[in-house]
Ligand binder design. Structure first.
Ligand SMILES: [Zn+2]
Length: 89
């Protein structure tokens, strides 16, 4: 049996009851849960697309605006909205 090294991870946001968003990291290959990572919205990383693995604060606002209009993932859109609102505030 080949042991998975769990090098490639995928992460996605999960909002906890206390309102804090954590990232759930899982192995892409075997699906093993790796760890929870707390994130605030500017540290939030995209897990897909041309800005994959970039933090929201590193991504051009045009792209984020486009993303929130064109993405059906509500959690992601909320995160992007929170970030953009925090930026203009
Ligand atoms: Zn693995």
């Amino acid at each position: 049996m080949k042991e998975c090294l769990c090098i490639e991870t995928i992460s996605y946001p999960v909002v906890f009851k206390n309102g804090i968003t954590h990232y759930k990291l899982e192995c892409v290959d075997c699906g093993r849960f790796i760890k929870w990572k707390p994130q605030n919205s500017s540290e939030f990383k995209l897990w897909f697309g041309k800005h994959k693995d970039k933090k929201l604060k590193e991504i051009p606002h045009d792209y984020l605006m486009w993303l929130k209009e064109n993405n059906s993932n509500k959690k992601l859109v909320n995160k992007v909205n929170n970030y953009l609102e925090a930026c203009v505030a």
